[in-house]
Design a protein around this ligand. Structure first.
Ligand code: PLP
Length: 438
């Protein structure tokens, strides 16, 4: 049990608050809580309180917190070759490249490595522009693609606003959001088709999350992604699928693109790639795109591109998904999770819609189910800086379950190792928490 001062913080939390810049809202509104242990699907704070990780931290801890094959591989690689410049290779990097070609859809075969999702998207944007010789990237409003300049520019959600005006050529399109949009998802596609026609031959790529993550777990109809690829290609543009959150078993398939049987031209990955044991981003392309860069330099790179320790973690993580059949497991136990979440919808009037596949689920909260009035992001403040939806999350936390939220949706993305009993425990906490919004 740690000692807390009058400010409610222990000594580590106070040091952190004083000397570390937080990210996004954590900068001023929320004080950091010290975490001292993590095991299986749980993590424990300095006061000894433990929580079910029902969102896999930032929807990235796909393997839970006890994947020893990954932590062992990290230790071994750090011992053997902790770092070499990217102009050298290591067995870990070469084998991870091969592994990604094996598990990603279709003929995707050659990977550019970076250290995060945002960098994976930056690389995808540059590759698409250099390959096509065109400048524009079409993405959608309800999307998040990262925080650096290019990827925040193609992000559609309000996080982009503070960084605008954005990168030239970043154009936004409507979303497949049947519950909250006036456009039917398939109609929204025809709108995109028209947009591309009106942009002339200037669009390098359409960039989408195949299943939208932090903007509300939006699952498009089966025909959506295949038709989107067709539209992109009809207009001489590439399809980039951002699999940073949907990838690595979350959906019950290896990738969100697999749910729709679509092979994009470029795919971005991070998060589940190492199960969050190491920071690693990856951008994989088709052989045609790779061949283009044999004669044309991809003027891009980072000191830590293909970092040996991160690649060793990625390789061990993918082997863990395979050896423990975690993708199939996510699909099976995801059915159970879906049933339990639908049960909450039946009991709580503030649940507008539940959506998702596998272990990638969202609970959209609404002030009125009939009129589908969402809780606003900031106008529904209950206490200092927190909205009704934040209060639902914090009540669940008081009852031992961590669940992330974005705007008016609770995002549920637990480790793929979660059991039915652990799901039941978390659902019980949510059942109590949803009384706040009812
Ligand atoms: N793309 C998607 C779909 C994401 O969900 C995220 C992060 O949540 C990113 C990109 C950015 O990844 P990172 O935070 O690792 O930079």
């Amino acid at each position: 049990m740690s000692e807390h001062g009058v400010d409610g913080l222990n000594s580590i939390e106070r040091l952190d608050k004083e000397h570390v810049f937080g990210t996004w809202a954590f900068q001023s509104e929320v004080t950091p809580t010290e975490i001292v242990d993590a095991d299986g699907v749980r993590f424990t704070d300095a006061d000894g309180q433990s929580f079910i990780d029902f969102s896999g931290q930032l929807m990235c801890s796909n393997l839970g917190h006890s994947a020893t094959k990954v932590s062992d591989a990290i230790a071994e690689q750090a011992e053997d070759v902790p770092y070499v410049a990217p102009n050298y290779t290591t067995e870990a990097r070469a084998r991870l490249g091969e592994k990604l070609a094996e598990v990603t859809p279709g003929d995707l075969s050659k990977t550019f490595f970076s250290t995060s999702g945002t960098e994976a998207v930056e690389a995808a944007i540059k590759i698409a522009k250099f390959y096509t010789g065109k400048d524009k990237i079409v993405s959608r409003y309800r999307s998040y693609h990262g925080a650096t300049y290019g990827s925040i520019s193609v992000t559609g959600d309000p996080r982009r606003l503070a960084s605008e005006p954005s990168m030239p050529g970043a154009i936004k399109a409507p979303d497949p959001y049947a519950y909250g949009s006036t456009l039917d998802p398939m109609e929204s596609l025809e709108y995109i088709d028209e947009m591309l026609m009106l942009e002339g031959d200037t669009v390098a790529a359409i960039l989408v999350e195949p299943i939208v993550g932090s903007n509300g777990i939006l699952v498009p109809p089966d025909e959506y992604l295949p038709r989107l690829k067709e539209i992109a290609h009809d207009h001489g543009a590439l399809l980039i699928c951002d699999e940073v959150m949907a990838g690595f078993g979350r959906t019950g398939e290896w990738f969100g693109s697999d749910v729709y049987d679509v092979t994009p031209d470029i795919m971005t990955m991070a998060k589940g790639l190492t199960g969050a044991y190491q920071p690693l981003g990856a951008t994989i392309v088709t052989p045609e795109i790779a061949a283009h860069f044999e004669d044309n330099m991809l003027t891009h790179g980072h000191t830590y591109a293909g970092h040996p320790v991160a690649c060793a973690a990625g390789l061990a993580a993918i082997e863990t998904y395979q050896e423990e059949n975690l993708i199939e497991r996510a699909s099976e136990i995801g059915e159970y999770l879906g049933e339990r979440i639908d049960g909450l919808a039946a009991d709580h009037p503030s649940v507008g819609e539940t959506r998702g596949v596998g272990l990638f689920r969202g609970i959209e909260l609404t002030k009125s189910t009939e009129e589908r009035v969402p809780f606003g992001a900031r106008e529904d403040k209950v206490s200092k800086g927190s909205t009704v939806v934040d209060e639902v999350s914090s009540t669940a936390y008081e009852h031992g379950t961590y669940v992330a939220n974005m705007i008016n949706t609770l995002i549920i993305a637990p480790p793929l190792t979660i059991t039915e009993d652990e799901i039941d425990e978390a659902i019980e906490a949510l059942d109590v928490a949803l009384e706040v919004s009812d």
